[in-house]
Design a protein around this ligand. Structure first.
Ligand SMILES: CC(C)(CO)[C@@H](O)C(=O)NCCC(=O)O
Ligand code: NA
Length: 511
């Protein structure tokens, strides 16, 4: 099997992908032309504070569930077993604490940006430091989010890389700029449904093609992929119950407690009760999202039994292998490959739209408005739209930067969350739980936190010591036809040819 046999899309697939983009655009247009027609910042940035809990909760999941999770989690499970699934334990406290600590504080202040809290509690300086840190975090993250699905698809199917990046970036910029937060939230709802549908399709077809549930179970069991509770207290150990179930709580708090993208959604709810309820409703959907991506990794394992060509190719190739698996499964079923592509891009669009809108909000509320108190509402709204659009265009530049890196996408995203989100969470906690803390202490703490986390994070990137030890599979060759192996090899060697950074990584590993 060579590249001429590579996975192709039928017309139906392209139509489904186009429908996703068109429907998202249509929702943007609808909210540009209905309601208050996006003439106030209250509507454009806060959705008139009129949202109900169901759309808010689906939108909350969508914000930080991107193609990174759709591709990265199965790749993680495939390579390292189900230990990562224990992060689901962190969802209990990771959502209860935001619902009963952070939401009440932030909602009752009637603010628009979470960083306004920091000025009320500490000072202007602390607020600006918080805002700038957030901008830094989201700008890097959105680059990863828009690049990931385009790269993985391109590697396996030859889907035009930069054309896809441009199309998603521009469509998202347009509907975000036109329809404001209402459009962002309602596209999130639609895109979350598409996301679940796509993952479910892969799993159902994958299980059927691999010989049924019991056969999948037998293979992952024999292949040593079901991980028990790992209680090793060593923090440098790759994924244990402590790092996932306990460390994950802090990850969840930084995302669901104090991240502006989420805080803005809580604030857009029409009552505090709806905001709390939406946070509760995130729990089952987030568990479902986690389960779907973990099961997908297991089905993939049952199919290929840990065949691992990525040692030669660098870690990202496992991400590409997930796409390869999906295309392998769904081939010959018209529309399903397209549904999965739509699933990937739904996940990406719903994340970058949240990023554009929240970045426009903090830039407007924290950096611009305080200096121009007399600015008219019309002007402020126009400026907010210009900001949303500018961040959309910046996202494309960041995608190019991501292109130059070469780590597993899940690790990159989690590192950004930890390195930048952690110190911001610390800042808010200092304000809320330590009444004697002052502004100087807050800035010093944020600075020290960022320095320490960058030392650790950048250090681990530079030395590449993120412990990429993979589990030895037991059922290696027996289940693979030579054809499949050859096809994977072709697909994966294709990946190296296309990616400069991967090739460099390969060289550095070989030395
Ligand atoms: C945010 C969590 C940890 C919640 O499970 C998960 O969705 C995740 O690992 N996301 C990775 C980042 C992303 O999907 O963009
Ligand atoms: Na998303």
């Amino acid at each position: 099997m060579d590249l001429s046999d590579q996975k192709h899309f039928t017309v139906v697939d392209y139509v489904i992908f186009a429908v996703l983009l068109a429907a998202s655009m249509a929702i943007g247009l609808y909210y540009a032309l209905s309601g208050g027609r996006q003439r106030t910042t209250q509507e454009f940035l806060m959705a008139d504070r009129s949202m109900k809990c169901l759309p808010v909760s689906l939108s909350l999941i969508a914000s930080f569930q991107s193609a990174v999770a759709i591709i990265g989690v199965p790749a993680e499970i495939y390579t390292h077993g189900t230990q990562y699934w224990f992060i689901g334990c962190a969802y209990f406290l990771g959502l209860l604490i935001p619902a009963h600590v952070f939401i009440p504080v932030l909602y009752r202040l009637r603010i628009s940006s979470a960083y306004q809290y920091l000025e009320m509690r500490f000072s202007k300086t602390v607020r600006i430091c918080g805002t700038l840190t957030f901008i830094f975090q989201m700008v890097i993250y959105m680059g990863v989010c828009v690049y990931t699905p385009a790269f993985a698809l391109n590697a396996v199917t030859g889907f035009e890389l930069w054309g896809t990046v441009l199309a998603t970036g521009l469509v998202c910029t347009l509907y975000t700029t036109l329809g404001g937060l209402k459009a962002v939230i309602w596209t999130d709802v639609f895109q979350t449904v598409v996301m679940f549908a796509g993952q479910l399709a892969v799993i159902v077809v994958g299980v059927l093609r691999t010989g049924g549930v019991s056969e999948v179970w037998r293979k992952v069991w024999e292949g040593n992929r079901i991980s028990g509770l790992d209680l090793n207290p060593d923090p440098t150990e790759r994924h244990t119950f402590w790092t996932l179930g306990v460390g994950g709580i802090f990850l969840m708090l930084s995302l669901y407690g104090v991240n502006q993208a989420q805080v803005q959604r809580y604030l857009s709810a029409r009552t505090e009760k709806e905001a709390v309820r939406s946070c509760y409703m995130v729990f089952p959907s987030l568990q479902l999202a986690l389960a779907l991506s973990c099961v997908m990794g297991l089905v993939m394992f049952a199919r290929y039994c840990g065949e691992d060509h990525s040692d030669k190719l660098g870690s990202s190739s496992r991400d590409a292998m997930v796409i390869y698996f999906v295309m392998d499964m769904l081939q010959g079923l018209p529309g399903l490959p397209g549904l999965f592509v739509a699933c990937l891009f739904s996940a990406a669009l719903s994340t970058i739209s949240s990023a554009f809108n929240s970045l426009a909000t903090v830039t407007m509320e924290d950096l611009i408005k305080p200096h121009f108190p007399a600015m008219t509402e019309a002007r402020a709204t126009l400026l907010s739209k210009a900001l949303a659009m500018s961040y959309g265009l910046l996202c494309l530049a960041m995608a190019y930067l991501t292109h130059l890196m070469g780590d597993s996408v899940l690790q990159v995203a989690l590192k950004i969350f930890g390195m930048v989100g952690g110190p911001i969470l610390g800042l808010f906690c200092l304000g809320m739980f330590f009444p004697w803390a002052n502004s100087i202490g807050a800035v010093a703490g944020l600075g020290a936190g960022l320095t320490l986390s960058f030392w650790i994070g950048v250090g681990s990137i530079v030395t590449r010591s993120s412990g990429t030890r993979s589990l030895p599979p037991d059922c290696r060759v027996a289940l693979l036809s030579d054809n499949t192996t050859a096809a994977i090899q072709t697909a994966l060697s294709n990946v190296t040819l296309r990616s400069e950074s991967l090739r460099q990584h390969t060289l550095s590993q070989a030395q």
